[in-house]
Design a protein. Structure first.
Length: 123
């Protein structure tokens, strides 16, 4: 069934790619991410998209407009469009994330194995 992703938390836990787009609709996109210990998403601002991040495993910090807060498994963060943000892995295991963008941000089917690959993609 289009739009149904069974076992998404398990897929996120098993994922080793920095970013993997799972599903793209007209108004929303579902992505899973894996951030290694000491890694980060990288400071960014989305001018057109709201982003929701649900933390499936690991621990780290959410930095919104320069203010840092610890995050851990089970936490969720809504990043409003126009907000400067970054998420860092401060733990000892990979930080596993399910995130959505509304409207979609990445081309459908995007997979970036590493942050460097994602940075080189230019978006």
């Amino acid at each position: 069934m289009k739009g149904l992703i069974k076992g998404v938390a398990g897929k996120a836990r098993e994922n080793t790619d920095f970013r993997q787009v799972l599903e793209t609709g007209a108004n929303t996109q579902i992505v899973i991410m894996s951030i290694p210990p000491g890694g980060e998403i990288g400071e960014e601002v989305h001018d057109k998209e709201d982003q929701v991040l649900y933390f499936v495993a690991g621990s780290g910090e959410a930095i919104l407009e320069g203010a840092a807060q610890p995050i851990e498994e089970g936490d969720i963060v809504l990043v409003h469009k126009g907000t400067k943000h970054n998420f860092k892995n401060t733990g000892l295991e990979d930080l596993k994330i399910i995130t959505t963008y509304s409207p979609p941000h990445h081309p459908s089917g995007t997979i970036h194995k590493t942050k460097e690959e994602a940075d080189n993609a230019g978006y």
